[in-house]
Design a protein. Structure first.
Length: 187
């Protein structure tokens, strides 16, 4: 059975975007970018909410992103490879290949995907991840903690849900970003 991994960049105070919805403070560090690329290469399926999908689909639809650097080209190729499932009530059709739209998050369907997969799945989008946390589907949390306090905004982890986690690995990057990898204790 494959694992469902929730990776996210968060400020030191736990936010993925500030109160204005901006996330321009995310790391531009090459080592952090390479870590995200390595993770992307390791998965077979991406589960995304509509907003994150709209932003990330540019890695396939905008060739200028891949043209910025060899590292950007590697990430673009890694992002295009996995199958994608986008959960949206408003998006009519996908803008990328190997992508399907689902109208609602169905925990049983995700369990079936995990059971049938030979490679891990990645879930992206804090709201979608909160649903997966509530359903007990998350097998690993990867927090890229940035050395900045933004003072408010959208939380990277769900509120109103208790999940006991065990630290399984950590990595410090030269930029001051720290990767914390956790596994739910109930697993």
């Amino acid at each position: 059975m494959a694992d469902l991994i929730y990776p996210t960049n968060v400020s030191l105070d736990g936010f993925i975007e500030d109160e204005d919805g901006a996330f321009d403070w995310l790391p531009g560090d090459d080592d952090v970018f390479a870590a995200h690329t390595a993770l992307m290469r390791s998965v077979g399926t991406l589960l995304y909410g509509r907003r994150l999908y709209a932003m990330m689909s540019a890695w396939e639809t905008d060739p200028s992103l891949a043209g910025r650097s060899p590292a950007a080209a590697e990430f673009a190729a890694a992002w295009r490879a996995p199958a994608k499932v986008v959960y949206s009530t408003s998006q009519a059709a996908p803008s990328t290949a190997n992508t399907r739209i689902e109208r609602a998050f169905d925990p049983d369907h995700v369990r079936t995907l995990k059971a049938a997969a030979d490679r891990d799945l990645l879930i992206g989008g804090a709201d979608l991840a909160a649903q997966a946390f509530a359903a007990g589907l998350i097998d690993e949390v990867q927090l890229y903690v940035l050395p900045i306090v933004v003072g408010g905004g959208k939380a990277g982890l769900p509120t109103g849900i208790r999940v006991d986690l065990e630290l399984v690995d950590q990595r410090r990057f030269d930029s001051g970003v720290v990767l914390l990898r956790y596994s739910p204790r109930s697993r």
